[in-house]
Design a protein around this ligand. Structure first.
Ligand SMILES: NC(=O)c1ccc[n+]([C@@H]2O[C@H](COP(=O)([O-])OP(=O)(O)OC[C@H]3O[C@@H](n4cnc5c(N)ncnc54)[C@H](O)[C@@H]3O)[C@@H](O)[C@H]2O)c1
Length: 327
């Protein structure tokens, strides 16, 4: 039986995270071993020679599932009829740059990209923004795609979710596969809130396995600062783990979350948990057939509610800083 290829766009394709993601996607780790794929690799003009090298390496891998590779610095070519988009491309924070400058500079990238996706991508496209500040970049892209649903855009908090699962597994001496129902709330920023209230470790509530002090004073700051610790150690930001999380996020979105679990995704807020609408906010989500649903019926304690409010306030301030870039 002939299976039609799925076309996947990757922006920032000449960058570090993309280099860790592209070969895994071509090998079938995103859509599975039966689904042929075509890759549209997008970057800015000066990065094209380097991208040519990546294309040569893809040929040299002779991946059985890889049917086509397009390299482009033209958004209308790069996003043409794509089914899925990984947006890694972003302007890094330069010396002396304020967060508001970073928001502005990246807003100028994600507006036109959202517009091009709106014009030429598949009507069922699913978009994941990884480039920082990821939540607000995704909001800008979604605003520039009025013919698509905002629920087709998401931002990545899955790396923080997996970091939290892993640290809890180590603390309790269990295999990480036993850690389910972790929640990462809010913004992909040091304000994010890793929440173990509903987490289960090998069938036991996590809260019965760890001290409340460890959770608040050690675990939460460790997850919030983990990205910075990796940069200190490596001299470069997380790349392989970010690529891994991006593939997991998209795979679960498209193929579904496990029956007894959920994941954390930054998605368009519809007011669930009292979070202001029209923000891209990280919630616990269940997915099936390329659709996500926010798990909306969890009781929050005062501590949790305060952390959600802090994250909402930060994202509202980011939205205000790019107000003129939201169409
Ligand atoms: N959400 C997360 O959990 C998470 C984790 C790690 C890193 N990140 C972010 O991911 C982004 C990428 O990280 P990296 O290490 O790969 O960076 P990198 O600097 O190695 O690569 C970025 C790439 O984007 C390209 N680019 C810049 N402007 C572009 C545009 N307008 N169109 C297309 N491509 C463009 C650059 O040419 C470069 O190839 C950064 O913003 C980083 O902060 C997010």
């Amino acid at each position: 039986m002939h299976v039609q290829s799925k076309r996947i766009a990757i922006t920032g394709a000449a960058g570090n995270i993309a280099y860790q993601a592209i070969f895994r996607i071509a090998a079938g780790e995103f859509l599975g071993s039966q689904q042929p794929v075509a890759l549209n690799l997008i970057d800015i003009h000066p990065a094209m020679p380097s991208l040519g090298g990546t294309a040569m390496e893809l040929e040299d891998c002779a991946f059985p599932l890889l049917r086509d590779v397009v390299l482009s610095d033209d958004l209308e070519v790069g996003f043409a009829e794509v089914d899925y988009v990984f947006m890694f491309g972003a302007r890094p924070r330069g010396k002396g740059m304020e967060r508001s400058d970073l928001l502005q500079e990246n807003g100028k990238i994600f507006g036109p990209q959202g517009q091009a996706i709106n014009q030429v991508a598949s009507r069922d496209v699913r978009v994941l923004v990884i480039g920082n500040p990821a939540n607000t970049n995704a909001l800008i892209a979604a605003h520039h795609a009025p013919d698509l649903e905002p629920s087709q855009f998401s931002a990545m908090t899955r790396l923080d979710h997996e970091r939290a699962r892993s640290q809890l597994a180590m603390q309790t001496g269990n295999p990480v596969a036993e850690v389910t129902r972790m929640i990462l709330w809010g913004n992909h920023s040091p304000q994010m809130h890793p929440d173990i209230s509903y987490c289960s470790v090998a069938g036991t509530p996590a809260r019965e396995l760890v001290e409340a002090d460890w959770y608040r004073d050690t675990f939460i700051p460790m997850i919030q600062q983990r990205g910075a610790r990796v940069i200190e150690a490596r001299g470069a930001s997380s790349a392989a783990s970010a690529a891994n999380a991006a593939i997991l996020h998209m795979r679960d979105w498209v193929l579904g979350t496990p029956a007894n679990d959920w994941t954390s995704m930054s998605v368009w807020s519809d007011g669930t948990y009292g979070v202001a609408e029209d923000l891209i906010f990280s919630f616990p989500c269940r997915c099936e057939n390329s659709a996500h649903q926010i798990v909306g019926d969890l009781e929050l304690d005062d501590f949790g509610r305060e952390r959600l409010k802090e994250n909402e306030a930060e994202l509202l301030a980011e939205r205000d800083a790019v107000r003129e870039l939201l169409s």
